[in-house]
Each structure stands twice: as structure tokens, then as C-alpha cells.
Design a protein around this ligand. Structure first.
Ligand code: GAR
Length: 215
């Protein structure tokens, strides 16, 4: 059984979907702990499923590194096989990424490398594109720049606002996340190999990958 820690900041709809999927005995992954950087609504899903949770409040630490060190200490208690960032709206310090990568994945509400960062939905709308998407990636030390494990296009419809577009993206995102975790748990997807075979940033033409701060 693949043990998974899920880190959230918000409503935790992706977390909820993963918990629901893991309730199936044939799904070979289980969420062992849920963590957040603040008092998040998504804790309610963990509570409902009787899953332990912890909070490392961003506001109480002097630096990203100190916050990350405490997050790392909390994760060490649970020693999960995989860490899923599921709406965690903070950049992790390099020390934490280096400790976990490639066993740390993230969901993103855009078709990466398009629209990375904290405002993927808003930025897609502002750019006036006719399609956006959802992605699941391995976390690296860039902003949403890690190897892509799964992604799918989602149309942008006339009259869309952030809410309607995000609501159309989220079910796709949930499906991709559940499938990626299932494939990791079954051994079908090898994160080490996926990471090693990814295109090195130095071989990507300048301008192909943009970055913006997530927090
Ligand atoms: C999700 O759409 C996730 O991709 C996004 O926040 C939402 C969280 O929803 N994350 C990012 O934008 C990270 N850059 P949820 O709390 O309902 O799962």
C-alpha cells in the first residue's frame, strides 16, 4: 500500500476525491495524514475519514526555510511514500523539495508550462485563450516547472469567469490526480524514471517556460 501525505491550503476538493478513491480496497494508496499551512476548510474531509492532520502555520515562522523545516519534521513523523500538494498555496524551500523529489507531486489548474504560479485560472482568462487545462507534475525547485505526469485540455467558454472556469477544470484535475496516484501505487508509473527522462531545463528554449511567484 502506497502511503500518502496530502498538503492543502483551502477547500480540499482534490483531497476529498483522493480520500473517496482510496476507500476502494482495490485502490492501492492510502492517505495517512493531511497537513496545511493554515486553518483550512479541507481539514473537515480528513476528520470525516478519521485521518490525522497537522498544521504548520505560515504566519508563525520568520522565514520560508524555518516554516519548511517544521513541515519537514511533521512529514518525517509519518514517513509517507508520496507527498501530494493539493492546493497548497506556498512555495516550498529548496531543502524540502530536495528531500522529497521526485516523491512529491502537485496539481495545477492550467496546461503547464502555460500559466504557472498561484493564479493559473485568472492568468488563462486574462490571456484570452480558448482552452486551458489541468496538470499533475513532479515538484522541482521552479514554479510549476517540474516533469509533467498527466495533463488534459479544458475549454474556456465565452462568458467564463474565474469561478466557472475553475469549476470546469477541477473535475478534470481530480480525475488526473486519482489516476496518477493509482499508477504510482501500482508501479505502472515510476517517479524516478519520469523525473530522469524529463527534458532538462537547460535544453528548453528561453521563453518556453515562464515562472511567477506562487506566494
Ligand atoms: C486546485 O485547483 C489546485 O490545482 C490549485 O488550487 C486548487 C485547490 O483546490 N493549486 C494551485 O493553483 C497551485 N498553483 P482544492 O483545495 O479544492 O483541492
Amino acid at each position: 500500500m502506497l502511503t500518502v501525505a496530502v498538503l492543502i491550503s483551502g477547500t480540499g476538493s482534490n483531497l476529498r476525491a483522493l480520500l473517496d478513491a482510496a476507500a476502494d480496497p482495490d485502490y492501492r494508496a492510502e492517505v495517512v495524514v493531511v497537513g496545511a499551512d493554515r486553518e483550512a476548510d479541507g481539514f473537515a474531509h480528513a476528520e470525516e475519514y478519521g485521518i490525522p492532520s497537522f498544521m504548520v502555520p505560515w504566519a508563525q515562522f520568520a522565514s520560508r526555510e524555518e516554516w519548511g523545516a517544521e513541515l519537514s519534521a511533521q512529514l518525517a513523523v509519518w514517513r509517507p511514500d508520496l507527498v501530494v500538494l493539493s492546493g497548497l498555496m506556498r512555495l516550498l524551500p529548496a531543502s524540502l523539495v530536495d528531500e522529497w523529489s521526485p516523491r512529491i507531486i502537485n496539481t495545477h489548474p492550467a496546461y503547464l508550462p502555460e500559466f504557472p504560479g498561484a493564479h493559473g485560472v485568472r492568468d488563462a482568462l486574462a490571456a484570452g485563450v480558448r482552452q486551458s487545462g489541468a496538470s499533475v507534475i513532479i515538484v522541482d525547485n521552479g514554479v510549476d516547472s517540474g516533469p509533467i505526469l498527466a495533463q488534459e485540455r479544458v475549454p474556456v467558454l465565452p462568458g467564463d469567469d474565474q469561478h466557472t472556469l475553475h469549476d470546469r477544470i477541477k473535475p478534470v484535475e481530480r480525475r488526473l490526480l486519482i489516476d496518477v496516484v493509482r499508477r504510482i501505487a501500482s508501479g505502472e508509473l515510476d517517479l524516478q524514471a519520469a523525473s530522469a527522462s524529463a527534458v532538462a531545463p537547460s535544453t528548453v528554449a528561453e521563453g518556453d517556460v515562464s515562472a511567477s511567484p506562487a506566494s
